[in-house]
Every structure is written in C-alpha cells, then in structure tokens.
Design a protein around this ligand. Structure first.
Ligand SMILES: *Cc1c(COP(=O)(O)O)cnc(C)c1O
Length: 397
C-alpha cells in the first residue's frame, strides 16, 4: 500500500515510514518476523486465511513465518509429514501428551525419562486420571509386557539421562501398535543425525531443541514431528494453550541447525574416543556410553543409531560425591551447568542436575551412583579434552 507522509505527524511517521514491503526479497537468510499479527488490506483475503482456506499467517501464537521455517527444517531432517514447534522441550512433551491422551487412558513409559517428563508422569497426569506405568528402562521384556496389557500411548526416550540406557524403539513400536497405541519417542540425546525413530516405527518424534538442535546453549525450544493429523491435533492444543516459540528463538535455532551434522559428527567421534580413554583410567569405576562394547544394550544401539552414539556419556568415579565435587572443580574446559548438547563441553552431576530432587538412597535404587559425572562433549579439540580430564583425575586422592 502506498502511503502519503506529507501531511502526517511525527508520531505517525515514526510508526509507518520505511516499513512498506517488509519482505526483503533476495535476502539469503530467513528473516526474523518479530510481529504478533499480520496485516491484510484485502478483508476477503484476511477472512480466507483466518478460515484456513488460504495459506498465510494471522497471529504468531498460531503461526509465524520464522518458526514455520524452523518446523519445515526439522520436519525434513526427521523425515516426517508435519512438524510443529514450542517454547521449550517440555512444552513439546506436555502438549503432545495432553492433546492425545484422555482422562481414564493409560501410558506406558520408562523410569529413566528426563526429570521434567518424569514429573509430568508422577505429579500432573494422575491428577486427571491418566495412569502411567513406569518400567525398568533396561528390561525390554517388562516394557513389552506392560504395553501388551493395553495403553493409549507408549512414551520412549533413548538414550536416557544420566546413565545412557537404550530402549529398542522398533520392538516397543511393534508392541504398541499391536494394542492400538500411539508411540512417541524423545530423540533429544540422539538427534536425527544419529537416530531416526520414525523409520523404526515410532508415530511421533519430539525434541528439546534447547540441546543439540540449537547447539549453542543460548536458546530454548521444542519440536514435535509426525503424521499430519496427529500434528494438527498437537498444534491445535498449542495454539490455544499458548506455548508458542518466539520468532527470535526460532531464528537462533535455524542458525544452529545449519551446523547440526558437523557438530554431531565431531561430538560422536570425540565422545567415543573419550569414553574409551576413561574406561582405561584407574580412578574411573565405570563408563556409560552406548558406543562401548561394554554397554549392556550396545547391540540395540548399534542397530538403531546408525549415525553414531551421541555426544553425552556418564562415568562413575571411584569415591563419593566429595570426589565428584573435587573433580568437577578442576576441569578447565567444561561448563559446570545443567545443560547439554552445546558446542562447549558441559559437565554436571545428577545430584545437582537431572536428579536434584531425588535423595541419595533413591538415586542408588535407580542405578545412579553417587560419584557419577555426566559429560556432554563439545567441539573442542579432543586431545585437549582428554588432557583436561586426565589432569582432573590425576589430582584425586
Ligand atoms: C532437556 C530435555 C528436555 C526438556 O527440554 P527443555 O527445552 O529444557 O524444556 C526433554 N527431554 C530431554 C531428553 C532433555 O534432555
């Protein structure tokens, strides 16, 4: 629309001048469309878009060009029919569950899901009469048996936090489909570079984009991918309940995703080398990494993670939590933080991160040693990381 600025005030000018045709055609990067709503000069067209008869954007809690671009990128990476994004990984997880499972229905999952997911299962879902059976993560027979009793949803996460247990997605997806359940997989730790849950039979794959997808530890987000009709239901729940992603966050995620493959390939290779090195150190009691032959579910991991085993591992030091504190304090090239999947190496202890609300006795019952360290390998030179780990281990009594 052409506007005449010769007879309008400074206020009007400062609002409208220079913004005509904001679409900068030919820009090489996706624009950050930091706009809540979208304007229409043609009211009929506005109505057509609002009614869904025509493509377009109305309001950014529903859709926005920047986050549509992110959804399309992740959709294609996961090989899905449709995708929708969220303000965080927990937004993606809670919206998926609340939109697809009704009161009175049942979910089968595992004990080792992400802390927030576990809290949903134990605190919030029982309030609305949704029962969740939490199985021993490494006991495939038990999971399959619980599924065979009937359920609306099988909710998987693999590899898990913090002990990197691996669940057989194909086997559990088949078991789920035999009883008519929807199968959902949290693919945050593996990324689509290493593991493709949809190809293994999962109906839905979801991510905390805050970890490897974004990859730089500077932006929260979540994405859900799956068949059109299911994603439409999840999208509809999100557009009403409101955990929409901010356009600037979407831009940062798009930027991070451009280097996903080279980051993850390097993290895979470095983590493998570090895990093997740690296995040989006398100060280390055990190393948990799906790429190691000593890992109890290594054979499953080999089958379902053709791209690699990921950047995250954990290891138990000989000693107790005091030993962990001393060790963590000495590391020079690692953030001591609750994050993972970033370009910088990040370390933490389950006692201060994923399982902070669980007491020492319950952690032991969950198979989480007190002297466990979670290590998310960054893209630093691997020899520097190994030297750093060695000096910190060498200083232990
Ligand atoms: C971090 C994480 C989440 C939660 O994601 P947020 O973006 O922090 O909400 C969910 N699942 C896994 C496996 C995670 O590591």
């Amino acid at each position: 629309m052409k506007r005449d600025f010769s007879n309008v005030g400074m206020g009007t000018k400062s609002l409208w001048a220079g913004e005509n045709g904001l679409q900068v055609k030919g820009a090489t990067q996706v624009p950050i469309v930091q706009s809540i709503a979208f304007t229409y000069d043609d009211i009929d067209e506005w109505q057509d878009v609002a009614l869904g008869h025509k493509e377009g954007h109305i309001y950014s809690r529903n859709t926005n060009p920047t986050f549509s671009s992110l959804e399309e990128k992740v959709r294609i990476l996961e090989g899905a029919e449709a995708a929708t994004c969220f303000a965080s990984g927990m937004g993606a997880i809670s919206n998926t569950i609340f939109s697809l499972v009704q009161p009175g229905e049942r979910i089968v999952s595992v004990k080792d899901t992400y802390g927030g997911t576990n809290q949903l299962f134990r605190e919030f879902l029982p309030r609305i009469n949704i029962d969740v059976a939490l199985c021993d993560t490494s006991d495939g027979d038990q999971i399959e048996e619980e599924i065979s009793k009937g359920c609306r949803m099988v909710y998987l996460e693999t590899p898990t936090n913090p002990t990197l247990k691996v669940v057989d997605i194909k086997r559990m997806a088949e078991a789920g489909h035999r009883v008519g359940a929807l199968v959902v997989t949290d693919n945050t730790f593996a990324t689509p570079i290493n593991q493709k849950p949809l190809l293994l039979g999962s109906d839905i794959v979801l991510h905390s984009a805050s970890k490897f997808l974004g990859g730089h530890g500077d932006v929260l987000g979540g994405v859900v991918c799956g068949p059109k009709e299911l994603v439409r239901q999840i999208f509809h729940y999100r557009e009403i309940t409101g955990s929409a992603l901010d356009p600037f966050a979407a831009y940062l995620l798009i930027r991070g995703l451009k280097t996903l493959q080279i980051r993850v390939e390097r993290q895979n290779a470095s983590a493998m080398k570090i895990a093997r090195h740690l296995e040989e150190q006398s100060a280390v009691a055990s190393v948990y990494y799906p790429g190691l032959e000593s890992h109890p579910q290594h054979e499953i991991a080999k089958r379902q993670m053709p791209g690699g085993y990921g950047g995250v591992m954990s290891f138990a030091l000989k000693g107790d939590f005091q030993t962990v504190k001393r060790f963590l304090a000495r590391l020079e090239f690692a953030h001591r933080a609750a994050n993972l999947g970033a370009v910088e190496t990040t370390v933490g202890s389950p006692a201060t991160t994923s399982h902070v609300e669980v007491n020492a006795r319950d952690r032991a019952a969950m198979g989480i040693p007190d002297a466990l360290v979670r290590y998310s390998t960054g893209i630093e030179d691997v020899n520097d990381l190994i030297a750093d780990l060695d000096q910190a281990l060498g200083a232990l009594p």
